[in-house]
Design a protein around this ligand. Structure first.
Ligand code: DAH
Length: 333
């Protein structure tokens, strides 16, 4: 091999080919049709003296082959290499952050509530969000002139007939119609009310309803399960109280409050209502052909937003529906 050719050979072997631009420049320098160095050497073959031609041709061909091999190798390394810029990895670069998702605080709270009750043997039941007046009101012992039946509180689809359910209680009726006692269900779901939207009320929200109907179910059973529930959600030393109340579908009825400690308040805290409950009214059992002389039951219902707001210290219900990532990111665990 002549001296010229061996210098070229060295250049071919030693040119770094670690980036797209370098590879292109290399191809042009050696193989371009017009000014490629190896192309020019090939073109000269016919001019070489016949006795030297064979050896020269072989040398030039070998060079061409090396150029092609290096090009191919470099292309492959680039395509499979870890970084597009070349075959080398800078191990000192910080990693790219992977965006982390999280459960919405409502989902998290709902899941936790459902978990407490399913672990006590409750089954999950679901009804429909579009409900009829009978399931939503009549069968639940609402008198005809009850204010909740008013257009102002209820989104009617057809007035007096179909509506968006205002609570999850109609699922009590649906379950008892389709299943004989014993019945023990928990009903998570979405409900709708025609209310002015503000920091404390929204036109839709979530409830979890509970129903247990069997022989000899008593208010003591109700207190026991709700106490277990409150301890799981608000801590083992939670203080709770049952306050007499009224709901058309339970008798007696109660509201449950928990003591919310807050050193800024006079008295060091205050009672906050978390749910409504009671013993299933005999009229409700009769509406679904369950004999109230044989069976008794308890029911309870709670607003999930309210409980989530208490747990997380959220003071405006609307933030739960705005999908603002700055808000939601705070719940990434
Ligand atoms: N349905 C009631 C509401 O939306 C909540 C409720 C209260 C449900 C007492 C119950 C219950 O099952 O026993 O305000």
């Amino acid at each position: 091999m002549s001296e010229d050719l061996s210098t070229l050979r060295q250049e071919i072997e030693n040119t770094p080919l670690d980036a797209e631009e370098a590879i292109d420049a290399f191809r042009i320098r050696f193989l371009s049709r017009k000014q490629g160095v190896v192309t020019a050497l090939m073109k000269r073959i016919p001019e070489i003296a016949p006795e030297d031609r064979k050896a020269y041709g072989q040398d030039v061909n070998a060079l061409k082959q090396r150029v092609e091999e290096r090009l191919e190798g470099a292309q492959q390394a680039l395509a499979s290499g870890p970084s597009a810029g070349g075959g080398r990895i800078d191990v000192t670069l910080p990693g790219r952050p992977v965006p982390e998702g999280s459960l919405h605080p409502l989902t998290e709270t709902m899941d936790l509530i459902v978990h407490v009750f399913t672990s006590y043997g409750f089954q999950i039941a679901e009804g429909t969000e579009v409900e009829d007046d009978w399931h939503n009101f009549t069968a639940l012992n609402f008198p005809d002139d009850h204010p909740a039946r008013d257009m102002q509180d209820t989104f009617f689809i057809e007035e007096g007939k179909t509506l968006l359910r205002t609570h999850t209680s109609p699922v009590q009726i649906r379950v008892m119609k389709s299943q004989e006692p014993p019945v023990r269900v928990i009903v998570p779901g979405r409900v709708y009310r025609n209310e002015a939207i503000s920091y404390k009320s929204y036109c839709l929200f979530h409830q979890v309803e509970g129903l247990y109907v069997d022989k000899d179910v008593t208010m003591a059973d109700l207190k026991q399960i709700l106490h277990a529930f409150a301890r799981t959600l608000f801590g083992h030393d939670v203080r709770m109280r049952f306050r007499p109340s009224f709901f058309p579908f339970t008798e007696p009825s109660a509201e449950v409050d928990i003591w919310w400690q807050d050193p800024d308040l006079p008295g060091g805290g205050r009672w906050l209502e978390i749910l409504g409950c009671g013993m299933v009214d005999p009229n409700v059992l009769e509406a679904v052909n369950v004999d109230p002389e044989v069976y008794t039951g308890y029911a309870f219902g709670m607003g999930v937003e309210r409980i989530a707001m208490l747990r997380y210290g959220i003071d405006d219900i609307r933030t739960l529906y705005e999908n603002d990532v700055r808000f939601l990111k705070q719940f990434t665990s």
